[in-house]
Design a protein around this ligand. Structure first.
Ligand code: PEP
Length: 249
């Protein structure tokens, strides 16, 4: 089984003062947790130059929330995977549903960004997930299969690619799928990855994301083929983020 990963997506939250909250995460990530679970925090780009330095020696990895597909050039406001790697960060989320919805990112865009991550030596966390209407129509497995096929680059490996299944209707709403629904989806994702990448597909970590909290973490993280979580709101506080990770201890 792949080593579990709990990743925090701070979204557009966090000022310089938030570094103190991050320091509390470092303090709380004790030896038992370090032995059992990896932690990753993805702050806003404004803190990307700071947190990798603060995190040195803590074994909490730092990642970005997005990258441009190109290495450099005339792309005002964007940052490249190479720039992210230059800060000391080691991962980047690509294809989050908020970027797919707010910025019109297609599977092809997401795939180009995941390729950029590989080019720069970053782990890409590729997000997929259905909308509420798609689930109501019974299309969730087809939607996610299509997103996986279009968003994940050829020759992806377990060392450099993580998949996050995030039902759009569960993000920030307090709603979660049933454990059976998560199991079916994660088994489907695993089967797709193994069919395409063989043993590498077995070793890719599959995260569940969408309203993960300390009180549902044990149940969700115990579902087969769930190798961790992508956590939004509950990653903003050290106590709740660490409580989620403690589900593995
Ligand atoms: C997310 O945005 O990736 C997410 C899972 O958010 P939340 O945990 O707040 O639902």
């Amino acid at each position: 089984m792949p080593r579990p990963l709990i990743a925090g997506n701070w979204k557009m939250n966090g000022l310089k003062g938030t570094v103190a909250e991050f320091a509390r995460m470092m303090e709380g990530y004790d030896r038992t947790m370090k032995a059992r679970v990896d932690l990753l925090i993805c702050p806003p780009a404004t803190l990307l130059a700071t947190l990798p330095v603060v995190a040195l020696g803590s074994r909490i990895a730092i990642g970005a929330q997005d990258c441009h597909a190109k290495a450099s050039g005339a792309h005002t406001g964007d940052i490249s995977a190479e720039m992210i790697a230059d800060t000391g960060a080691t991962a980047v989320i690509v294809g989050h549903s908020e970027r797919r919805a707010d910025h019109g990112e297609t599977d092809a865009t997401v795939r180009a960004k995941a390729e950029a991550a590989r080019r720069a030596g970053l782990i890409a966390i590729v997000c997929v997930g259905e909308t509420e209407a798609e689930r109501r129509a019974g299309l969730e497995l087809d939607v996610v299969r299509t997103q996986l096929a279009g968003s994940i680059p050829d020759n992806a490996t377990g060392a450099e690619l993580v998949v996050a299944y995030e039902p759009v209707w569960a993000i920030g709403t307090g709603l979660i799928p049933t454990m059976d629904d998560i199991a079916v989806m994660h088994a489907t994702i695993r089967a797709e990855l193994v069919a395409r990448f063989g043993a590498e597909g077995e070793s890719m970590r599959l995260l569940y994301g969408g309203s993960v909290k300390p009180d549902n973490a044990v149940a969700i993280l115990g579902v087969p083929n769930v190798d961790g979580a992508l956590v939004g709101g509950a990653s903003l506080q050290a106590a709740t983020f660490l409580d989620i990770a403690r589900a593995y201890c």
